[in-house]
Structures are given as structure tokens and as C-alpha cells.
Design a protein around this ligand. Structure first.
Ligand code: FES
Length: 83
């Protein structure tokens, strides 16, 4: 799933970057900027940042998940998720 339309960054690439960074240093502080730098990309508009953060947090809380299992919600949707 494409997460960043500006750089055509996918959730799979983000998960691979997180996994790579966690393997190199389990205590690394992950930020969207570090993820972009690791992937050799630079964000432009920044609209995707909330979603990138959600993916990073989700990876740390639940481990790597497939893009298909990631619930897509707009980063601007304020309604609470159904549990
Ligand atoms: S959507 Fe990611 S930088 Fe614009």
C-alpha cells in the first residue's frame, strides 16, 4: 500500500526500514525522518507523517504486519477506531 504519494513510499518499504534499523540498533529512536533517510528519500508535503508514525508504532507494538492487514484510516479522521 502506498503511504506517501509524493515519494511513492509503501508500507512494505517502511516495515523493511524499521526492521533493518531495529536489527542494527534495538534501541534506536525511530522517526519519520530517519525512515526516509534510510530509504534514500525526502518527504515533500508531510501529509503522510501521521500515517508513517502509526506504522512505526504499530511495528513496535505488534511486529511486522502485511499491508493488507493494516487498517487504512485517514490521518485526519478523528472518529475513534472500532474495536
Ligand atoms: S504525502 Fe508524503 S511527503 Fe507528501
Amino acid at each position: 500500500m502506498i503511504i506517501c504519494s509524493c515519494t511513492v513510499l509503501t508500507s512494505e518499504e517502511i516495515h523493511e526500514a524499521v526492521a533493518s534499523l531495529r536489527t542494527k540498533d534495538p534501541f534506536v529512536v525511530l522517526t519519520p525522518g530517519l525512515i526516509y533517510k534510510t530509504l534514500g528519500k525526502r518527504p515533500k508535503c508531510g501529509d503522510c507523517m501521521p500515517l508513517v508514525v502509526k506504522l512505526i508504532v504499530g511495528y513496535d507494538e505488534e511486529g511486522p504486519v502485511s499491508a493488507a492487514s493494516f487498517p487504512h484510516r485517514s490521518p485526519f479522521d478523528d472518529t475513534p477506531p472500532a474495536d
